[in-house]
Design a protein around this ligand. Structure first.
Ligand SMILES: *Cc1c(COP(=O)(O)O)cnc(C)c1O
Length: 374
């Protein structure tokens, strides 16, 4: 089965990981600091905190923003469940706001209608790799004293105007899962523009330990002393993962170019095909393409999915609206809440897209899809 996404691992990646295994530090070592430094640099120069997954990154980001019971988080439903569930786990109420029907990105007008004085965070997802409209979302969040969060699990390395992903929202989260644009095995990171929030994020992912003597509430214990002011978890990424991440970062631009090349080929091969619509494109953004979504018209998505799978092509559907998950249904969320997201889901199909995908595979996918629709 041709997968819809997969990692690209070089000999240099393998050597980097093996070298850590021969070193003194498997975790909390120098490569963690180096990786965080590099991720911060590519994200507009803000502090990055590495962690064990994109889901952990979301949990950390919401915790750093102070999200808790009584707070609301406005979130797109066209995403992986963790964008919302990480806030729900902290006791917040998630308010889903609908997406733009063409791009599947959070619609700023819908977000504006959803914010209240209780809103703490407005979360958008850079669906498929296109940055969301943060220039419009930021004033919406600012108007109620909330923070913007970019779930950039799809878009590390992208940009909007002259600003990189990581600089577009108050908080940005990445996933380094193998199918994403850069991998550490499991892994993720949080980028915070506000230095105080970044320190809060760091402490939350480090069990809540405070190590700065100027902030100690217990004094006179001794040089070994560290103390906890707020509960946190252990979400630390290892030096093994960071070695892989640092090595992968050297090829991020190559990955981006190859992904863009494949997207251009799909665009060309599928351009005139009846029965499908390409994803709407934003102007003035330079995406890091993670997915190649198409909309299959006339109620044929299920049939086309089966045909491509039968032909050995690992297509995917991204995503069922988050509030359709039973955990949200049990909380009283009902279908019909975000009609654009629901209509998009009913038609969506993601085609294989990863750097090592060969041109003849791209051609075979396009041909099989064309035939399935004939
Ligand atoms: C993958 C993904 C996540 C979660 O990342 P993990 O590393 O798998 O935990 C969150 N949000 C979006 C949009 C994703 O695609």
């Amino acid at each position: 089965m041709l997968p819809y996404g997969r990692q690209s691992i070089s000999e240099a990646d393998i050597e980097a990981v093996v070298a850590v295994l021969r070193s003194d530090w498997l975790t909390t070592g120098p490569l963690v600091a180096q990786f965080e430094q590099r991720v911060g640099e590519l994200s507009g120069g803000h502090r990055a905190v590495s962690c064990t997954s994109g889901t952990a990154a979301l949990h950390i980001a919401y915790a750093a923003a102070g999200v808790g019971p009584g707070d609301e988080v406005v979130c797109t439903p066209m995403t992986f469940v963790a964008s919302a569930s990480a806030a729900s786990m902290l006791g917040a109420t998630v308010v889903f706001a609908d997406v733009d029907p063409a791009t599947a990105l959070l619609d700023p007008a819908a977000a504006a209608a959803a914010v209240t004085s209780r809103t703490r965070v407005v979360t958008a997802v850079d669906y498929a790799g296109q940055p969301a409209a943060y220039d419009e979302l930021q004033p919406v969040a600012d108007s109620v004293g909330a923070r913007t969060l970019a779930d950039a699990a799809h878009s590390v390395g992208g940009s909007a105007g002259d600003r990189p992903v990581g600089d577009l929202a108050d908080l940005t989260t990445y996933s380094f899962f193998p199918t994403k644009n850069l991998t550490t095995g499991e892994g993720g990171a949080v980028v915070c523009k506000d230095a105080e929030l970044a320190q809060h994020a760091h402490e939350f992912h480090f069990i809540g330990l405070v190590r700065d003597p100027s902030r100690f509430r217990i004094v006179g214990e001794g040089p070994w002393h560290q103390e906890v002011h707020e509960f946190g978890s252990n979400y630390r990424l290892t030096d093994i993962g960071c070695a892989l991440g640092l090595s992968q970062l050297l090829r991020l631009e190559t990955f981006k170019r190859r992904r863009a090349e494949i997207v251009a080929r799909y665009d060309e091969l599928l351009g005139g095909v009846q029965g499908l619509e390409p994803l709407g494109r934003r102007e003035d953004v330079d995406p890091m393409w993670h997915l190649y979504p198409v909309r299959i018209l006339d109620g044929r998505r299920g049939e086309v999915y089966e045909k491509l799978r039968a032909a050995g092509i690992g297509v995917q559907v991204n995503y069922m609206p988050v509030y359709w998950h039973p955990v949200y249904q049990d909380l009283g969320y009902r279908r019909g809440l975000c009609p654009n997201a629901e209509a998009f889901y009913e038609q969506e199909l993601s085609l294989p897209l990863f750097p090592d995908l060969r041109d003849d595979d791209v051609a075979r996918v396009a041909e099989t899809l064309t035939q399935a629709l004939a």
